[in-house]
Design a protein around this ligand. Sequence first.
Ligand SMILES: NC(=O)c1ccc[n+]([C@@H]2O[C@H](COP(=O)([O-])OP(=O)(O)OC[C@H]3O[C@@H](n4cnc5c(N)ncnc54)[C@H](O)[C@@H]3O)[C@@H](O)[C@H]2O)c1
Length: 261
Amino acid sequence: MRFDGKTIVVTGGALGIGKAACSILAERGGNVSIIDWDEDAGNAAREAITASGSDAMFTKADVSDLLDLEKAIAATAERFGRIDSLIVSAGIQRYGTAVTTTDEQWDEVLGVNLNGAWNAARLAIPYLRAAGSGSIVNISSVQALASQQNVLAYTVSKHALIGLTRSIAMDFAKERIRANAVCPGTVDTPMLEWAASLDPDPRSVYDACNRMHPLGRIAQPREIAEVAVFLAHENSSFVTGSVWTADGGLLTQIGGVPQTN
Ligand SMILES: NC(=O)c1ccc[n+]([C@@H]2O[C@H](COP(=O)([O-])OP(=O)(O)OC[C@H]3O[C@@H](n4cnc5c(N)ncnc54)[C@H](O)[C@@H]3O)[C@@H](O)[C@H]2O)c1
């Protein structure tokens, strides 16, 4: 699954799932444009790719800021001459219910997770169109398909991301632009590390997450990135508007104890 001559934009490509996707894309010959608001991590991710002999660029931008992101997408097209695929991995998690979530938290989470994906799509689509075809992959979550307690804004943003994905898929199918979503279970990334750090016993959070997946463990970032990279590649040419769970069986499982006699 080679990406020679192709340019792939990865928002949130500095860390976690996005960073793993950038590594795979670079290993397979792609030109990788990392867009992220974390300058140190973004530069480190770019250097790791260029040190291995592949081509990558990093641009600092906040995906929730359309003008900021516009400059980063334009810089990508200027440097590599085209854009073929977009992987949206920039995302944040905040905690609260319908009563405790503040307006600021709501705006922050929806601004990054939903507006950020819309911004990236609307800026990338003209370039995908110019390339003659393209693929958009939104990293959503199992929390797009079910929910937990105390994650109102996050789960709303991830549900909405499925709607965004399907709308893009319908609106641009005739132009050979595809859009798909990936819904991961728990993944071993800095986001999880941050979430676990909010608990007095962070290790217990990892233990609980490992136990709750039927496969008995959480995912490594590369295991999710492989699914996103497949959807970004022409090998998935008939796949559009789809929602791919990569959750270690989490959403397949019915809770409780079965009656055996
Ligand atoms: N880690 C998990 O368990 C898990 C599970 C399901 C879904 N997801 C989703 O996968 C995606 C990637 O998550 P991750 O675990 O790799 O997270 P992460 O925090 O490890 O990495 C996210 C990256 O996005 C960047 N980012 C965040 N807000 C940004 C903004 N406004 N502008 C630009 N860059 C921004 C961060 O700097 C970081 O580099 C997210 O959308 C997340 O919601 C993660």
